[in-house]
Design a protein around this ligand. Structure first.
Ligand SMILES: [Zn+2]
Length: 245
């Protein structure tokens, strides 16, 4: 069994040239789960799977760079040849911001800190992070693999809240060490320190601010992690073989 992660978009704040906001497709056991759906991600999603093949969506918080394309997904599902209802898990308040909030294709499930539930055959566990609006990091366990996604966070939260020894930490690294403290986000250095302390086996950094040089963030993160880190880019797909089945 394998868990596969595909990066649909990974820009922090807003899409840079040719980029997209945050969005990740997680696939395991023939099921498809989305983690966030920022601007530009719906287009990229359809290069991987059709919208009718989706089994669930997690929206980590209300900021538009993580949820804007949910509007387009509602339209696509509503008018699809085979209309489909799918669960959308989000913190309180996200639904109220939606134009198409009453459409039944999106079955809203309100989630909060420490909630655990199963969606698309995958076990999910949420943890509230250090970010402005209520923001939920999520741990996904499926196919014998553990994936932890930080969503957006400042240094007042830790990946360890999702459990020790993640197979892959998908962690925001918005900028370089020089920008630390500008807002509730992490530098590559801080993300790497957090992943190392939590015993994460691999680190994939994401959510870089479009004007910040990727090489600098990656260099600072690798130095702190003690070995090379992976850097998210649109279209990147990783297959993680299960180790505990
Ligand atoms: Zn963001």
């Amino acid at each position: 069994m394998t868990l596969s992660l595909t990066v649909l978009g990974c820009d922090g704040g807003y899409p840079g040239p040719g980029g997209a906001g945050s969005g990740y497709l997680v696939q395991a056991g023939g099921r498809n789960l989305l983690l966030d759906l920022g601007p530009g991600c719906l287009s990229r999603l359809q290069q991987a799977v059709g919208v009718e093949e989706l089994d669930g969506v997690v929206i980590t918080h209300e900021h538009p760079d993580h949820r804007q394309d949910l509007e387009g997904l509602a339209v696509a599902l509503h008018f699809a040849e085979r209309p489909r209802r799918i669960p959308v898990l989000a913190p309180k308040g996200v639904r109220d911001l939606m134009y198409f909030r009453e459409w039944e294709e999106l079955q809203w499930v309100e989630v909060a800190d420490r909630d655990q539930l199963e969606v698309a055959g995958m076990r999910l566990r949420f943890s509230r992070t250090d970010h402005g609006p209520e923001t939920l990091a999520v741990r996904v366990d499926a196919a014998g693999v553990s994936l932890g996604y930080s969503a957006d966070t400042g240094p007042g939260w830790s990946l360890g809240e999702l459990g020790e020894g993640l197979d892959l930490a998908l962690c925001e690294a918005t900028w370089t060490a020089a920008e630390e403290g500008r807002a509730q986000h992490l530098s590559g250095r801080q993300a790497a320190a957090m992943a190392r302390e939590a015993g994460s086996r691999a680190l994939l950094i994401t959510h870089r601010w479009p004007t910040i040089p990727a090489s600098k963030v990656a260099q600072e993160a690798s130095l702190e992690f003690g070995r090379p880190v992976l850097v998210a880019s649109p279209g990147l797909t990783m297959g993680l073989p299960g180790t505990r089945e």
